[in-house]
Design a protein around this ligand. Structure first.
Ligand code: GDP
Ligand code: MG
Length: 365
């Protein structure tokens, strides 16, 4: 039996199996097998076409990269043009944008790259070629801007399903499950949280499915079998999202309230066309990206407050020096910082130190 037939067989069995407490573990094992087969098929397809991993790539530029995700005609190109200096073609008909169009948003001294990708259609993740390669742009994004409009807000679920199918885990984090292979002794599960969604036997069965026969598993979070499979596959990416509801200029305010009441997710109502709430959107983006500003102070001079350096929160002094230029780290003797991340002004810090927003930094080379 080939891989597609095996997949079909498991899918059939899953659709016949009722979902309840008694079948949870069995379904978990079936899902694990299915995910492994799909992954194998993916790897084979990539080898055959001679392409490497990510496929469709645009050079990353700026301090962070955002991808616009939405169905055709929701207003992605219009938004890109209104947020950036770009000129993406706008059309009243579908499929206007056929390639990835980049633009640069300048906000609070940050340069944020925005990618307008061709409108996604249902099933793009399963298709060959273009649709999937374009979707895979979302895998390397720092933030995905999910775009829906007042006429069709419910399609957000479809969009998220499409990117989940290519291994993106929107608004999730890598689960706290540690799995270590070892030489012998079988599989030992240590449950530190009092699992409610998995049991040790289920975990063992799924691990065997992935050819782990001797391993130590430490569960530090009440995770699901799906999350366990994600950890085993090791090719998932965890990306935050923001949702905007576009074209609010076309309906009454009461309609927007009605939509809010019906949706179980948060969104920012905007009009890309009339610029309504676009300044607010820029602030939301900046915050969601967790960007911070650092002021560089050359030795013996005053700090440069006009052109701060923008980095992701959680970056280290090592990352900062790399951003200024590669090689700086080798010349660096020490670094002094003034600001919230240190106890006293001018404190010496190591490369592993994590600066905070508005810190002032001097590198001594
Ligand atoms: N009224 C209104 N029309 C919009 C808005 N945003 C986009 N449009 C229109 O919707 C159509 C599709 O827009 P486009 O940006 O090409 O969508 P895309 O396919 O997602 O890139 C065009 O006719 C736009 O002028 C909006 O906020 N309000
Ligand atoms: Mg477009």
């Amino acid at each position: 039996m080939g891989i597609p037939e095996k997949i079909k067989k498991i899918e059939d069995e899953m659709s016949r199996t009722p979902i309840n407490k008694g079948t949870e573990r069995h379904l978990g094992v079936l899902k694990a097998r299915l995910a492994r087969l799909r992954d194998e098929m993916e790897v084979k397809a990539l080898r055959k076409s001679g392409r490497s991993g990510e496929g469709y790539t645009v050079r990353k530029d700026g301090d962070a990269t955002i991808v616009l995700l939405g169905f055709p005609s929701v207003g992605k190109s219009t938004l890109l043009n209104h947020l950036t200096n770009s000129n993406s073609k706008v059309g009243a008909y579908d499929f206007t944008t056929l390639t990835v169009i980049p633009g640069m948003l300048h906000h609070k001294s940050a340069r944020i790259q925005i990618l307008d990708i061709p409108g996604i259609i249902r099933g793009a993740s399963r298709g060959r070629g273009l649709g999937k390669r374009i979707l895979s742009t979302t895998r390397s994004a720092d933030l995905i801007l999910v775009m829906i409009d007042v006429f069709n807000p419910k399609v957000r679920d479809v969009l998220l399903d499409e990117i989940r199918a290519i291994g993106v885990r929107p608004d999730e984090h890598l689960p706290y499950l540690r799995i270590r292979k070892r030489g012998s002794g079988g599989i030992i599960v240590t449950d530190l949280v009092g699992m409610t969604k998995m049991d040790p036997e289920g975990i063992k069965e799924i691990l065997r499915e992935y050819r782990y026969h001797n391993a130590r598993v430490v569960v530090r979070e009440d995770a699901t079998y799906d999350q366990l499979i994600d950890v085993l596959l090791r090719n998932r990416v965890y990306v935050p999202t923001l949702t905007v509801l576009n074209k609010v200029d076309m309906v009454e305010a009461s309609e927007v309230s009605r939509i809010r009441g019906e949706c179980d997710f948060d969104f920012l109502p905007i009009s890309a066309d009339t610029d309504h709430n676009l300044d607010l959107l820029k602030d939301w983006i900046f915050e969601k990206l967790d960007l911070i500003k650092l002021y560089m102070k050359p030795r013996g001079e005053v700090a440069d407050f006009d052109e701060p350096l923008i980095i992701r929160k959680g970056s280290t002094i090592g990352d900062v020096s790399d951003k200024i230029h590669r090689g700086l780290k080798d010349e660096l003797r020490y670094t002094r910082i003034w600001g919230r991340s240190v106890k006293h002004g001018g404190q010496k810090v190591r490369l592993s130190h994590r600066p905070m927003d508005e810190d002032i930094i001097t590198f001594f080379t």
